[in-house]
Design a protein around this ligand. Structure first.
Ligand code: NAD
Length: 446
């Protein structure tokens, strides 16, 4: 199938590259000419395991990038919209979706034949039918259902393992205004055999995506709230508590042969300094704002956001309590990305921690295996020294904060053991064994 993808961010580029890899002819479109040039040169503008190999394998064969949206739409049968949908402080900001829909509509005006336009961006229920569809009709002068189809296909990939997630999806949700749209969309996913497929309307598809993200965010904030109480109790460690909770059969299946298989969700549920990234924070807020606008205030989700926003301050408080004062304290923050295996620092709790520490007069060093450039750009106005390796990050400091679960950081206790200063180690992700280092302090324990 010939497919165009509008937006070459984490979702658009990974989708486009992977769809090419399974045999479709794919054109990726972006307004950012530098991104397009990098993609065409085989250099992914984002850090994702396996993406570079897929680009190299498919470029000039079945994959190309361009800034020419019109040509891309004309050369294809189906167009995915994968542009950003930020939260503007009050509600979801649909300006990029509207713009993309308008340009696609204009391109469809003189394109002969049937075309399908599919929203892949995360959008609040009703957006595809009530915002995108009318824009397409108006800009093209054509009729949805007769001249073109309009669908919604949410993306569930996780940054860091995006290629793996796209290639081995756990579910495929196909929304559409009619059977013809859904059938066309289904043929795009035909190579992904054996994966459960949900065929539904656009509004349900949109809601499935939000409910999925809200489930995860809620469980994370729940674990953090329990952790905060554990820390106040004394002699209770949230890691032991959650281990006990997660052994329940609804989290850990016991197989016929007695083996136990823990649900993957439990790996997200260590207490920590909060969730971040470009999805969970904005999606929970957008769903909540949407609920309010529909006369259904979402008290639980509002609390989920509040708890999450306060988690980084728990780390700062821990440091202040142990170091006595932050002004002049030399503190190293390990991990800047919002999760391991990515360079994405959007809404990363590490950045909030750094900003707060610097505001309190601390002298901050920062290290991340891959997110140095993105973090430097995000913290341009903040006085931080970025270092290139873990050893440099651990030298001459009063405290070390672990803010991202990078595997490399498991070495920290051993590296610190030989340090003459024995700095305080604050484990903001509960990655390490508390007994592994004598000046260990972890979130969720007294
Ligand atoms: P992103 O910000 O990384 O990328 C968006 C891209 O769209 C940018 O490269 C931008 O230049 C481009 N763009 C904007 N307007 C355009 C236009 N008119 N024409 C062409 N290109 C245009 O975004 P992302 O992280 O890939 O997220 C995209 C959508 O997918 C969002 O709705 C997000 O919520 C959703 N989503 C993201 C993830 C994730 O892990 N990042 C996972 C699932 C769903």
């Amino acid at each position: 199938m010939r497919v165009s993808v509008v937006g070459t961010g984490y979702v658009g580029l990974v989708s486009g590259a992977c769809l090419a890899d399974v045999g479709h002819a794919c054109t990726c479109v972006d307004i950012d000419g530098a991104k397009v040039a990098n993609i065409n040169a085989g250099k992914p503008p984002i850090h994702e395991a396996g993406l570079e190999e897929i680009l190299r394998r498919n470029l000039a064969v079945r994959l190309a990038a361009t800034t020419d949206l019109r040509a891309a739409v004309h050369a294809t049968e189906l167009t995915l919209i994968a542009v950003g949908t930020p939260f503007d402080g009050a509600q979801i900001d649909l300006r990029y979706v509207r713009q993309a829909a308008h340009e696609i509509g204009v391109a469809l005006k003189d394109k002969p034949g049937y075309h399908v336009v599919v929203v892949k961006s995360t959008v609040v229920p009703g957006t595809t039918d009530d915002v995108v569809l009318p824009i397409l009709e108006q800009a093209s002068g054509k009729r949805a259902g007769a001249d073109f189809g309009v669908g919604m296909n949410p993306e569930f990939l996780t940054e860091g393992v995006a290629v793996r997630d796209f290639m081995r999806p756990d579910r495929i949700v196909l929304g559409g205004i009619d059977e013809r749209t859904i059938d066309t969309l289904a043929s795009l996913y035909e190579p992904f055999r054996g994966v459960p497929v949900i065929r539904t309307n656009n509004k349900t598809a949109e809601m499935i995506k939000y409910a999925s993200n809200a489930t995860l965010a809620t469980l994370i904030s729940f674990s953090n709230e329990i952790g905060n109480l554990c820390a106040a109790l004394g002699e209770v460690d949230v890691a032991d508590v959650l281990a006990g909770v997660h052994l329940a059969h609804y989290f850990t299946s016991v197989l016929e042969d007695g083996r136990r298989v823990e649900a993957p969700i439990t790996s997200f549920l260590a207490a920590g300094c909060g969730y971040g990234g470009s999805c969970l924070p904005k999606d929970v807020k957008a769903l909540s704002a949407y609920g309010m606008s529909r006369g259904e205030p979402m008290a639980l989700l509002d609390a989920v956001t509040r708890i999450n926003q306060a988690q980084p301050t728990r780390i700062v408080r821990l440091l202040r309590d142990r170091l006595k004062q932050l002004a002049g304290a030399r503190i190293s923050v390990l991990g800047l990305a919002f999760k391991p295996e990515t360079d994405d620092v959007r809404e990363s709790p590490a950045l909030t921690i750094i900003r707060t520490l610097v505001e309190h007069g601390a002298v901050v060093k920062a290290y991340d295996p891959v997110a140095k450039q993105t973090a430097r750009a995000a913290l341009a106005e903040v006085e931080v020294r970025f270092v290139d390796d873990l050893n440099a990050a651990l030298q001459d400091v009063d405290a070390v904060v672990l803010a991202t679960r990078w595997e490399e950081f498991r070495r920290v206790p051993a590296l610190l053991a030989s340090s003459p200063d024995a700095p305080l180690l604050v484990d903001g992700r509960r990655l390490l064994e508390p007994r592994s280092y004598r000046r260990y302090a972890g979130i969720g324990r007294s």
